[in-house]
Write a protein that binds this ligand. Structure first.
Ligand code: TYM
Length: 327
């Protein structure tokens, strides 16, 4: 039997190349070997109301990007989180075994609540819903970027706690990441990750950025002191990040790129990097444009049906385990 994969993206902000290199490209590769589920996390989008404008539009847009980036609905069940009510149900049940202390330690929660006047319960419970997303499918593998590793670890802990309290129910999922692409840094500040909620659009290259925007953003990307184009995360974090992006977009190794640009300045390097990004993103954008709303809605309707069946089975089992009345 094939192993199961589940992952997802929050449908707020913009989908950027960090999401693609860190997460989606892994799902595309793995869909041949895994029974795959790719979710659009619209309930998670609600936890940051300021970013969550137009969730409906963002959800359709991100779903179309899933297809344009190579997810195949015949191999991957593509679905919207809010279309499968079992996620919220399981989240409640897992919430009864999650501890305040462990949720307070989540770095994403700390970052996102920093400076907020009031913090909503949804933001605090975000990782519990994420655990429910994963455990509702008994996923073996969760391919995500490094920023989500802590959430997957919490999921493992909750699964183990549930199993030891109520009896073997959940598989313990594995965090999967690619070393080279797990953490793409911001173009405006190489000490912070590229982020969909960045206030400055020069922080990221969005998958749907046009050629002029890509060139402008790369031109204004920060570099490091010295003029050599060499990879060293400690000494040259900004240039190393650009080299990583270049390598992922072009398929060339970082070593080959270092050789290619020996003796060249940042200006020329950035121009060729922009060419590579444009060449990488344009066919994806072309595919995206050709997917109609009705086509994607059909995919999502099929996906919801299948996801509900699978998650429904798990929830049936979970409710029995915790002792809820069955009629
Ligand atoms: P989100 O939308 O913030 O990020 C989506 C995916 O992109 C990865 N990612 C990055 N990878 C490398 N470099 C970056 N700069 C970068 N920024 C983002 C994230 O690690 C993630 O894999 N909580 C999830 C959504 C989610 C989920 C789930 C994922 C909800 N339920 C269940 C897996 C399983 C998130 O923050 O997505």
């Amino acid at each position: 039997m094939k192993k199961r994969l589940l992952s997802g993206i929050r449908t707020s902000g913009v989908t950027h190349i960090g999401n693609v290199f860190g997460a989606i490209n892994q799902w595309v590769q793995m869909q041949n070997d895994y029974e795959s589920f790719a979710m659009l996390a619209d309930l998670h989008a609600l936890t940051t109301p300021s970013e969550a404008v137009n969730i409906e539009k963002k959800t359709l847009e991100t779903a179309k990007l899933y297809l344009a980036l190579g997810l195949n609905p015949k191999k991957t069940t593509i679905f919207v989180q809010s279309h499968v009510p079992q996620h919220a149900e399981l989240s409640w049940i897992l919430g009864t075994i999650a501890r305040l202390g462990e949720l307070e330690r989540m770095t994403q929660f700390k970052d996102k609540s920093l400076g907020q006047e009031s913090i909503n319960l949804g933001l605090f419970a975000y990782p519990v819903l994420m655990a429910a997303d994963i455990l509702a499918y008994n996923a073996d593998a969760v391919p995500v970027g490094e920023d989500q590793k802590q959430h997957v670890e919490l999921t493992r802990n909750l699964a183990e706690r549930f199993n030891s309290r109520y009896g073997q129910t959940f598989k313990i999922p594995e965090y999967i990441s690619q070393k080279s692409s797990a953490r793409i840094m911001g173009l405006d500040d190489s000490s912070k990750k590229m982020s969909k909620s960045a206030e400055n659009p020069k922080n990221y290259i969005a998958v749907l950025d046009d050629e002029t925007t890509i060139r402008e953003k790369i031109k204004s990307a920060v570099t490091d002191s010295g003029s050599e184009i060499t990879f060293s995360e400690e000494k040259k974090p900004a240039v190393s990040n650009l080299l990583t992006i270049f390598s992922l977009a072009s398929g060339k190794s970082v070593g080959d790129l270092e050789k290619e640009f020996t003796g060249h300045g940042y200006g020329q390097f950035k121009e060729v990097l922009s060419d590579a990004l444009v060449a990488y993103l344009s066919p994806i954008q072309e595919k995206y444009k050709n997917i109609s709303n009705s086509e994607i809605k059909n995919v999502l309707a099929e996906g919801a049906k299948h996801a509900q069946e699978v998650a429904g089975k798990t929830l049936g089992e979970v409710k029995k385990r915790v002792g809820l009345l069955q009629i």
